[in-house]
Write a protein that binds this ligand. Structure first.
Ligand code: SAH
Length: 242
């Protein structure tokens, strides 16, 4: 079973949204396991101190290395977790992406350290060889929502979690392109602006080849326009579509 362990100062945040819908159903079916470890349980004094002022001065507090390290050792000692990669959610980390999610989902699980305050003492990152991962170029108030994003990405890739197994391979990022636009009934719809919008003709044509071609064209167009970075990487990798 794929196992996710979150180290957090707010264990009550879990499973949170991961207890609903696809991930929640999979959790109840035992396709994955989630454990939230309360970092405060590893505090060394009776006040439950987990943070301290930064050496060198400056604003905010820093998570103490001794406390976080004890929590990490305990997490790694839990059944099935010794081999799981250990990550620290961090805005200065390597951007988390679909490819990393795939590799992670194919492994035994993951230990995710959720930072708070200004972050964690650098020495604990070094000592535990924590892989720093970011969920985007913006700053959250804590790592919990970022950890949930990582878990959600992995869980929907586990066998048996998604209804249609093929649907992941046509999705955004899986082959370096964003997804094509979707349409459903009614075929004609009048929006609040009073304009009638019809579904693109090709989609109701019944020609599978033309539909596939149209979708590919749309994916290329959308990717080129919205994500020139993805488009450039795709071209340099030499895997552009004919
Ligand atoms: N002082 C830090 C920000 C701390 S935010 C800096 O300037 O880089 C507090 C915690 O939220 C971080 O320790 C991290 O665990 C989490 N966090 C914030 N933004 C994040 C992001 N984009 N990706 C992943 N984790 C993030």
């Amino acid at each position: 079973m794929w196992r996710a362990t979150a180290l957090t100062l707010f264990p009550a945040m879990f499973p949170g949204p991961l207890g609903e819908s696809l991930a929640g159903k999979a959790l109840r079916e035992g396709r994955w396991a989630l454990q939230a470890v309360d970092i405060r349980d590893y505090a060394r004094d009776r006040h439950g101190t987990v943070d301290d002022a930064p050496f060198g001065g400056g604003a905010g507090m820093v998570m103490k290395p001794d406390v976080l390290s004890a929590a990490l050792e305990a997490a790694s000692a839990m059944p099935g977790m010794a081999e799981a990669p250990k990550m620290l959610l961090s805005p200065r980390g390597v951007p988390f992406d679909q490819a990393r999610g795939r590799r992670l989902a194919a492994g035994p699980g993951v230990v995710l350290v959720c930072g708070r305050f200004e972050g964690v003492d650098e020495r604990v990152i070094e000592a535990h060889a924590l892989e720093e991962v970011s969920v985007g170029d913006f700053v959250l108030s804590g790592g919990e929502i970022a950890a949930m994003a990582v878990m959600d990405c992995c869980v929907r890739l586990l066998p048996g979690v998604m209804g249609e197994p093929h649907s992941a391979s046509e999705e955004s990022f899986e082959d370096g392109l964003l997804e094509y636009p979707h349409y459903t009934r009614p075929a004609s719809w009048v929006g609040p602006d009073g304009i009638e919008r019809r579904v693109p003709e090709v989609l109701v044509s019944g020609h599978h080849g033309r539909v596939a071609e149209w979708r590919t064209r749309q994916r290329e167009e959308i990717t080129r326009r919205r994500r020139p970075d993805l488009w450039a990487r795709r071209s340099t990798q030499g895997n552009e579509l004919k």
